[in-house]
Write a protein that binds this ligand. Sequence first.
Ligand code: ATP
Length: 341
Amino acid sequence: MSRAARLEVRGLSRAFEGVKAVEGAGFHVEPGEIVALVGPSGCGKSTTLRMIAGLETQDEGQISLGGERIEHLAPERRAIGIVFQDYALFPHLTVLRNVAFALADLRRGEREGAALPYLKMVELEDLAGRYPDQLSGGQQQRVALARAFAGRPRLILLDEPFSNLDASLRHATRREVRALLKKSGIGAVLVTHDQEEALSFADRVSVMRAGRIEQTGEPSDLYSRPKNAFVASFLGRTNLVRATVRERMAHTVLGPLPVEGEGEGEVLLSIRPEYLELAEATNGEAGAGLVLEREFKGHDMTCWVGLGGEQYQVDTDFTCPFRPGDAVRLVARAPAVIVAE
Ligand code: ATP
């Protein structure tokens, strides 16, 4: 039975020695929903998470869980589970006793029996008697998650939980943890600096920069309709292109392009490499560029094209016939997106 509750954060701010670490952050998480806070190092993600947990005090702002204000409650009274990057397991306790630790409100003799279902949930009941250093990183992270669930939280916070895992284990553990969260029906906030992790793990993503939330949305919307150049570049590779927009057509060095988004006159466009393709051109033809470099990636390739003193990246498949030195035109396969500077 889940005690999942809706989280609402409004106007959350915190400064350290006069420097604003978080400024006016606002977002919400529905029960069962996963929201990622993503942004470069130092943008205020962890401080935001720590304020929600009660491990850091806010200068301003409101935090509500299930409609109740919690920002003045001690951490242990917030009913929030936390999973950290370093798992924070007790090395001298077995896996089962680590999970049982979260059940301190039960009588001593009942705790381990009550902890077992949470270990089953993360499929580690066979390893109940082992110590943390006898587990892989992915297994330790699942124990940490079982311990968080055992506290019967109303919300779960995940602070860079996959960063200590190597690439292949990280991928698998992410999918397992996502499935477990979804099954539990409890909402979660994930903090990560990894845009791909945020986009693949979360139902909605908030992109932070310098203490502020720049944009929040569903992964595909954020990726395809970033509102500014920072969000566009942070969430994936892109070409930022200057243009003049008149009557929904952008005039650029690549030629005229259809656009989406708000703006007329001088604007900046974001065009993802996968939305461009190469066409044959003759040297010196208006709008033609030169292939500078081909970057082979296995399933596809990125071609770098020089045009008008700038470089553009275009994703092609591995059969791409163009070689460095060939003249090409860049053709957009989808409207370019107008973004703020
Ligand atoms: P990272 O991904 O590197 O962990 P982050 O986005 O989580 O970064 P925070 O850890 O929230 O960023 O830090 C935000 C800003 O606040 C940084 O400039 C950091 O140096 C500063 N900061 C955080 N905690 C403290 C503290 N206890 N004392 C002073 N400054 C702090």
